[in-house]
Design a protein around this ligand. Structure first.
Ligand code: HEC
Ligand code: HEC
Length: 322
């Protein structure tokens, strides 16, 4: 009797060792950060109507707006002339970087901002995508798979030219962070969260709901229309405490990411960037799906983070001025 109770206790303890970390951190990629289009979703056909956005005298057809080898540039005076790999790419597989990351490098929730990142860092990340050292925790993510396809096809020279271009661009305020207990109900369309019509609300829970400020302009790939990120009440302050003090669970970020997290040497900035992107990276790093040359420096940072810590850190970094 005594022996079996002892065994039972030992088994329970052994199970607890496994179970406890899982209650704080799951390896499931959170669906609100890794937005996947519903299967079978199709883009509507081109209706032939020329489209416009505010502040631009250009017009583009729907077909032009979907051209992966010719970036719709609504605001050409807003950025320097795009070099070939950024504005046009090269068929069949080196897609134009600017199509996804936008001509001004500010990016969208399903990809990443590149404006102002160190050129050396950009080159290294593309190399990591090429070798497979860096991948997404969500294998169905078409945007990431297209990024990998581009990384494999682009030449060293093309990547160098694109990296120099994006590194030269200024960053700007692009995400408005709002703490709130309730958020609009959303669904995934175009690989990002969008408000469901008719509009309803639901509790935010432990999520970040990042969506276009103006869905129509974002759908038209207007590079001057940004995003709003709804974050849980108190998350910005909790994230600030974690990022600056480590709270025994992590390492203060500024040591490597620089003062106000604006980047340091080849280490990327975090301030003012898409919180869904930041959440994905912390999950990918923690899950071992991001194993590039410099990723080992982040291992100790992410090992002890819970899923909620990741939400708090991303809410905080997004709230900082870029
Ligand atoms: C089809 C869309 C698409 C195209 C085209 C594209 N990218 Fe990306 N890029 C992405 C996505 C998606 C990610 C990763 C997002 C993630 O991990 O969640 C990414 C990530 C990156 C990153 C990592 C940023 C960081 O902070 O670590 C770099 C650097 C990058 N891309 C550079 C480029 C360059 C240079 C080109 C052109 C040669 C390019 N991309 C073309 C979609 C694209
Ligand atoms: C010891 C240095 C170091 C510390 C401390 C550190 N980082 Fe990093 N971080 C890096 C390096 C280096 C990279 C680039 C990793 C790579 O190339 O894959 C990185 C990458 C990242 C990325 C991905 C950025 C991108 O553009 O894709 C995020 C997010 C991040 N760190 C968040 C944090 C947070 C939050 C903290 C503090 C809690 C932190 N880091 C602390 C060195 C560090």
């Amino acid at each position: 009797m005594k022996r079996s109770a002892g065994r039972w206790l030992a088994a329970l303890l052994a199970a607890a060792v496994v179970v406890i970390p899982q209650t704080v951190s799951s390896n499931e990629p959170p669906p609100w950060a890794y937005a996947v289009n519903p299967p079978g979703s199709q883009m509507p056909p081109d209706d032939g109507v020329p489209r416009r956005v505010p502040g631009s005298d250009r017009t583009f057809s729907i077909t032009q707006l979907r051209d992966l080898f010719g970036v719709p540039d609504w605001h050409p005076t807003d950025h320097p002339a795009m070099p070939e790999p950024v504005g046009k790419g090269r068929r069949p597989d080196a897609l134009a970087c600017g199509f996804c990351h936008l001509p001004n490098g500010m990016g969208r929730p399903e990809n990443s901002s590149l404006a102002g990142l160190p050129a050396e860092y950009i080159v290294q990340q593309v190399a990591d995508f090429r070798t497979g050292a860096r991948k997404s925790s969500e294998p169905r993510s078409l945007p990431v798979n297209f990024m990998i396809r581009t990384a494999k096809a682009a030449t060293e020279e093309e990547v160098k030219v694109a990296a120099a271009y994006f590194a030269s661009l200024p960053t700007r305020r692009w995400i408005r962070v709002v703490e709130t207990p309730t958020v609009p109900t959303t669904h995934v369309a175009g690989w990002m969260l969008v408000a469901t019509e008719p509009t309803g609300t639901e509790p935010i829970g432990s999520r970040i709901i990042e969506m276009p400020e103006d869905l129509e302009r974002t759908e038209l790939r207007d590079s001057l229309s940004g995003f709003v990120a709804y974050v849980p009440p108190g998350s910005v302050e909790r994230g600030r405490a974690l990022a600056t003090e480590g709270a025994g669970r992590t390492v203060a970020c500024a040591v490597c990411h620089g003062a106000e997290l604006k980047g340091l040497g080849p280490v990327p900035a975090l301030a003012g960037r898409s919180p869904s992107y930041i959440v994905r990276q912390l999950h990918d790093l923690r899950n071992g799906n991001r194993n590039g040359l410099w990723a080992s420096l982040m291992k100790r940072v992410v090992a002890g983070l819970s899923d909620d810590d990741i939400v708090d850190l991303a809410a905080y970094t997004a709230s900082l001025a870029p």
